[in-house]
Design a protein around this ligand. Structure first.
Ligand SMILES: Cc1cc2nc3c(=O)[nH]c(=O)nc-3n(C[C@H](O)[C@H](O)[C@H](O)COP(=O)(O)OP(=O)(O)OC[C@H]3O[C@@H](n4cnc5c(N)ncnc54)[C@H](O)[C@@H]3O)c2cc1C
Length: 288
């Protein structure tokens, strides 16, 4: 990830390593406007070297045990703010939230996944990143804390644009919360000589509720969420008829960006191809 800068050193900053969430919240309330939270540091360190940010304080999450937990109580699947991406590459995650498992596998390479966290990938707010579309398809929420209070906010709407998130200076994300339901899901990514995708598709099908969320990522500044109601999907009808309706919807409503990496037309063709593959993978499957 380089923005072509000539800097290779870090600017001066004070490094703070709280041992508990309460201690962290005190620091945030005192230094919030001059501080940056750091989970894995993959993005923070790169952005500081590029002089895109120069905070006076870096507040590390690495010594707070509470933020390193993954919890599944059958109702919700919760991922702490300092859980590394590689810690989500195991069987329980694949069975419980398959869309997320497959998205994580598509992020960068094992070295980056060992350092980076899911919360960090989301909070970095890169429009081409993989965490946000996958979490949108899963109806995920965030626990946002500040000194004296905490609230649960939907992931939908959290990323406002490149580098912009819906979070105040004295707040931080303590965990990601995903409702556990019977589901099938997939995540497909088309990348061309870059770790980030030119087009991505996250699909989560809740077969007991007969509904799905299809999220088209990397083709516009914010991911596009399409659900079964948007396309009048008829679960009792032929898959091919439903696919026709979905294609018609994408043709009329989805306008990918045109940039140096790809034309809008190419991205649209790719997104339709990935959508078709995702639908076939998730729906051509015996229910169990
Ligand atoms: C070579 C390379 C390839 C990559 N390829 C991909 C890819 O294919 N797909 C993809 O999706 N990503 C990719 N990335 C991005 C990478 O996955 C993220 O940089 C990483 O996951 C960020 O996590 P982190 O824990 O290191 O975040 P940090 O660098 O610690 O933080 C990132 C941002 O999130 C904020 N933040 C972190 N934690 C919190 C919190 N708890 N509350 C509030 N704000 C917080 C920080 O203040 C900072 O602004 C790539 C990065 C590199 C360097």
């Amino acid at each position: 990830m380089s923005f072509g800068s000539a800097y290779f050193t870090l600017p001066k900053f004070k490094y703070i390593k709280p041992r508990s969430v309460d201690e962290l919240l005190n620091y945030l309330s005192e230094y919030g406007s001059n501080a940056k939270i750091m989970s894995g540091g993959v993005g923070v360190i790169a952005f500081m070297k590029e002089r895109l940010i120069s905070p006076d304080y870096i507040i590390s999450l690495s010594d707070i045990p509470e933020l390193k937990k993954v919890k599944n109580d059958g109702e919700t699947f919760e991922i702490g703010a300092n859980v590394h991406l590689s810690e989500l590459e195991y069987e329980l995650v694949r069975k419980t939230v398959p869309t997320l498992f497959k998205a994580v596998k598509n992020i960068a390479d094992p070295t980056i996944r060992n350092m980076g966290t899911l919360v960090g990938d989301l909070a970095e707010a890169i429009p081409w990143a993989d965490a946000y579309p996958a979490l949108l398809s899963l109806d995920a929420s965030l626990e946002v804390m500040k000194k004296g209070s905490s609230k649960k906010v939907p992931v939908n709407g959290f990323v406002e644009g490149l580098g912009q998130i819906n979070l105040k200076e004295d707040e931080f994300i303590s965990k990601i919360i995903i409702p556990v339901r019977k589901m099938r899901g997939t995540y497909l990514k088309f990348a061309n000589s870059s770790e980030y995708g030119l087009a991505t598709v996250a699909l989560t099908y809740l077969y007991e509720e007969e509904r799905f969320n299809l999220v088209l990522g990397s083709i516009t500044e914010k991911p596009i969420v399409i659900n079964n109601a948007d396309v009048n999907w008829d679960f009792k009808s032929d898959l091919s008829k439903n696919i026709e309706k979905l294609n018609a919807y994408i043709d009329s409503n989805v306008n990918p960006v045109d940039d140096l990496l790809s034309s809008s037309k190419f991205r649209k063709n790719i997104i339709k191809y990935l959508t078709l593959r995702a639908i076939k993978e998730v729906f051509s499957y015996e229910r169990n």
